[in-house]
Design a binder for this molecule. Structure first.
Ligand code: ATP
Ligand code: MG
Length: 259
């Protein structure tokens, strides 16, 4: 059974069909890339999977459980985390606090015990800080845990949001364009982190336009075009698929066709 299965999703925004019978699966412990030209529906699909857009029809299962339309805040506890195409970093908060936001929805301490700061609450707080520090360490940011996130360079902020997605120990992370705007060295480093996630057993759904990254790290590639899947398979296969080449025409350079 696939870890994530998306079946026949339809989403319309006014007259625009953002998703048109979109279906695909992603396996546990694997890196699955979701690629496609601008406007193909990739972000909309992730928004459907994470309860931020309700599909007109179709369904989504995660680990065999129907999560279609499930509220976004319930998903991390089921083991599904995400990052956003637009970063959502809280600039005035520290790196540590930004990562601890990712534990919201994992921890339940009653209002009264929080107010009284009972020992159990203090233990929970310490455990949350430790988990956040570990996630920061994974992304190479632990030594700046107490700095304000807004002062970080953009490339470091991209790693910060990855730490936030990782902190709750998810089974799968959805990454919406993790290397957009990064320089080649930062891109390479992020590729290493994505591979390290897989090595920890975390499955990744990678939305990216950077084809050399996609080709380097992916186990499987799914191609979306005009809201529907037009191809899927191993990276090398998909790259040679005529329908895919056609969908990217005009963007051939970007797809690495001249490589
Ligand atoms: N909230 C919205 N309201 C209206 N139209 C939308 C909305 N969100 C997306 N769309 C439209 O739906 C289509 C799919 O958009 P989506 O953002 O999912 O594409 P994408 O594949 O993520 O593109 P990109 O690679 O540029 O990020 C586009 O035509 C877009 O203009
Ligand atoms: Mg997008």
């Amino acid at each position: 059974m696939s870890l994530l299965a998306v079946r026949d999703l339809f989403v319309a925004f006014g007259g625009i069909r953002a998703l048109d019978a979109a279906s695909f699966t992603a396996e546990a412990g694997a890196i699955t890339a979701l690629i496609g030209p601008n406007g193909a529906g990739k972000t909309t699909l992730v928004n459907c999977v994470t309860g931020m857009v309700r599909p007109g029809s179709g369904n989504v299962t995660f680990d065999g459980r129907d999560i279609t339309g499930m509220a976004a805040h319930r998903l991390p506890r089921l083991g599904l985390a995400r990052t956003f195409q637009h970063l959502r970093v809280f600039g005035s908060m520290s790196l540590l606090e930004n990562v601890m936001v990712g534990l919201h929805g994992h921890v339940r301490t009653g209002m009264l015990s929080s107010m009284l700061r009972l020992p159990g609450v203090r233990r929970t707080e310490r455990a949350m800080r430790d988990a956040a520090l570990q996630a920061l360490d994974f992304t190479g940011l632990a030594d700046r845990a107490d700095e304000a996130a807004g002062l970080l360079p953009y490339g470091d902020q991209k790693r910060l949001v990855l730490a936030r997605a990782l902190v709750g120990d998810p089974r799968m992370i959805l990454l919406d364009e993790p290397v957009a705007g990064l320089n080649p060295a930062e891109t390479h480093e992020m590729g290493g982190l994505i591979l390290a996630l897989r090595a920890r057993g975390v499955a990744v759904l990678l939305i990216e336009h950077d084809m050399s990254l996609v080709m380097r790290v992916s186990d499987a590639v799914v191609v979306l075009c005009s809201g529907a899947k037009i191809a899927e398979g191993a990276p090398g296969e998909v790259k040679r698929n005529p329908e895919v080449v056609n969908a990217y025409l005009g963007g051939g350079e970007e797809f690495g066709l001249h490589a």
